[in-house]
Write a protein that binds this ligand. Structure first.
Ligand code: ATP
Ligand code: MG
Length: 178
C-alpha cells in the first residue's frame, strides 16, 4: 500500500462550513479507529454540540478549548496585550503537542483568524507545519487564511457564502450553528 501522506488542509472563507467540515473529517477518522486532536483557539459563549459529542468517541477524540475567546471591541491596550500573550502561549503548547502526539489528525480551529489578527505569528505556524510528523494530517480553519499558509498547504478550500439565514434575521440554530 502507498504510504500515508500527511496533508496540510485549510478551510477558509466567509461562508459557513469551515469548522463543520473539519469535524466531519474527525468523525470519519474516528470511524477508522484513528485518533484526532482538536484544539479550538476562539471560544464562543456556549458549549457547542461537538464538545458534548466528544465522549461518544471515547479516547479517539481529544478536545480542548484554548486562549481567551473573542476580544471585546472596546478592549484596552493592556487587555489586547494579555490576549496576544495568552494565545501565543497556547499555540506554543499546542506546537509541542503536535511534535509528540500519536494522533492521525490534528484540527486547529480558528488558528487562521489568530494569525490574521496577529495573535499568533504566521512563522510559528509555518514552523509547526515544517516539523510535524510526515504522516500527520493537520487541519487549519478560520476566515482570512494568509498567503504564506495557503502556499504551505496541500488542500485549500474557500467557503463562499451564497445565502445565509442570518441575512433573513434567522438566529443561530442548535445543532446547525453550534
Ligand atoms: P461552522 O462552525 O458552522 O462550520 P464556520 O466555522 O465556517 O461555521 P465561523 O467563522 O467559525 O464559521 O463562524 C461560525 C458561525 O458563523 C456559525 O454560526 C455560522 O453559521 C456563522 N456564519 C458563517 N458564515 C456566515 C455568513 N456568511 N454570514 C453570517 N454568519 C455566518
Ligand atoms: Mg468555525
Amino acid at each position: 500500500m502507498a504510504p500515508t501522506a500527511g496533508l496540510v488542509i485549510i478551510n477558509t472563507g466567509e461562508g459557513k462550513g469551515k469548522t463543520t467540515a473539519a469535524l466531519g473529517v474527525a468523525v470519519r477518522a474516528a470511524g477508522l479507529g484513528k485518533k484526532v486532536l482538536i484544539r479550538q483557539f476562539i471560544k464562543g459563549g456556549w458549549v457547542p454540540g461537538e464538545v458534548k459529542a466528544a465522549p461518544a468517541f471515547g479516547n479517539l477524540w481529544d478536545w480542548k478549548a484554548l486562549g481567551d475567546g473573542f476580544l471585546k471591541a472596546d478592549a484596552s491596550e493592556e487587555e489586547k496585550a494579555q490576549h496576544r500573550a495568552d494565545t501565543r502561549a497556547a499555540f506554543a503548547a499546542v506546537r509541542e503537542e503536535i511534535r509528540t502526539t500519536d494522533a492521525a489528525v490534528v484540527i486547529l480551529d480558528e488558528i487562521l483568524y489568530c494569525v490574521k489578527y496577529g495573535l499568533v505569528d504566521e512563522a510559528e505556524v509555518l514552523a509547526c507545519i515544517a516539523e510535524k510528523r510526515a504522516d500527520l494530517h493537520l487541519i487549519l480553519t478560520g476566515r482570512g487564511a494568509t498567503p504564506g499558509l495557503i502556499a504551505a498547504a496541500d488542500l485549500v478550500t474557500e467557503m463562499h457564502a451564497i445565502k445565509h439565514p442570518y441575512k433573513k434575521g434567522i438566529p443561530a440554530q442548535p445543532g446547525i450553528e453550534f
